[in-house]
Design a protein around this ligand. Structure first.
Ligand code: SF4
Ligand code: MG
Length: 334
């Protein structure tokens, strides 16, 4: 099957007062229909930046696309007109973010905001359509039911501050899905929530992927989240995808030394915290990225050749990928 979204050879800089910040360097990714892809890595590795321009959310300047394509069903999202984008944003592709409060207006009820979004979607698709608030409200209630908000008929008339954080995130998911998108991009959707609520929201996302045939990209620094919800995972480091594959491949048989380090740093029940492995060192400064492997200063397996850039053995975005000199000759995917 052709992927729903495919990012190819994507390079992006930010032109700053301090110089050129090389944020993304040759990112390749793909997500298929009904599949979920996790993007993991430390804060600042480029996870969010990678997906922002799927919906044209990086202003240029300062962002500058150096190369690449972001293909949504074959259409390059880096080239769509604002008018085309209006018909895609929220309707074909929706995004949810970490803090629901930032995206909900405190002075309007949930219902008012959802009805507005639903009517705006209808208008974007067909300018001649007449507003039908009653129908939009019924659709909003149906969406709130779908995300398991209890008593949606009465909750819909409440204000955001009257709901808990978990409920607000459910509302935001309902709002995001109200235009029946094919692709949902969730950027740290559970980071601001406490652990039990996190699990409930993840179960919900997994359920929606299943029921609605939705494709999902989840961005997180939490490997447990990815293991729970995703089919495939991309591990990012310093603006590059250093390892990509199915959950079983990457978490079961990690190959890149950075992935190995990340997996060792997951806390285990019964494992004393002082034994936790932390990857020593820091992300390189991307104003002056290292010439060779971007992980070389922190890599326990670094060799002389690592001073030159490693190359992806595979070019297709959906192939198992390891960006490391240890695997340049290819490897067994046993
Ligand atoms: Fe380590 Fe070299 Fe592989 Fe980079 S290319 S991850 S430095 S072994
Ligand atoms: Mg981020």
């Amino acid at each position: 099957d052709a992927p729903v979204l495919e990012i190819r050879d994507y390079r992006l800089n930010f032109n700053t007062f301090d110089g050129v910040y090389h944020a993304l360097d040759g990112v390749n990714l793909a997500v298929g229909k009904g599949q979920s892809l996790g993007i993991v890595g430390e804060t600042g590795c480029g996870k969010s930046v990678t997906v922002r321009n799927v919906l044209g959310l990086l202003p240029s300047p300062p962002a500058e696309v150096v190369s690449g394509e972001i293909l949504y069903n074959g259409k390059d999202m880096l080239k769509v007109t604002p008018a085309e984008m209006q018909k895609i944003r929220g309707i074909e592709i929706a995004m949810i973010f970490q803090d629901p409060m930032t995206y909900l207006n405190p002075v309007f009820t949930i219902g008012t905001q959802m009805v507005d979004v639903i009517l705006a979607h209808q208008k974007a698709l067909d300018k001649s359509v007449r507003k039908n608030k009653k129908q939009a409200r019924a659709h909003a209630i149906e969406m709130l039911r779908k995300v398991h908000l209890p008593n949606p008929e009465s909750q819909i008339d409440r204000y955001p501050h009257e709901l808990s954080g978990g409920m607000r995130q459910r509302v935001l998911i309902a709002m995001a899905l109200s235009g029946s998108p094919k692709l949902l991009i969730a950027d740290e959707p559970t980071t601001a929530l406490d652990v039990t609520i996190q699990a409930q929201i993840l179960d919900l996302i997994a359920e929606l992927v299943e029921d609605m045939g939705l494709s999902v990209i989840i961005i997180t620094h939490d490997l447990g989240v990815v293991a729970k919800v995703c089919d495939n995972v991309a591990v990012m480091y310093a603006g590059q995808v250093v390892e990509y594959g199915t959950i079983e491949e990457v978490f079961g048989k990690p190959k890149h030394p950075y992935t190995e380090g990340l997996l060792k740093s997951i806390p285990h029940p019964g494992k004393p915290p002082e034994e936790l492995y932390g990857i020593p060192g820091f992300l390189p400064n991307l104003l002056t990225p290292p010439i060779g492997c971007r992980f070389q200063d922190r890599c326990p397996k670094a060799m002389e050749i690592c001073g030159t850039p490693p190359k992806n053995r595979n070019n297709a975005a959906h192939d198992r990928t390891v960006l490391c000199h240890l695997y340049e000759e290819g490897f067994e995917d046993a």
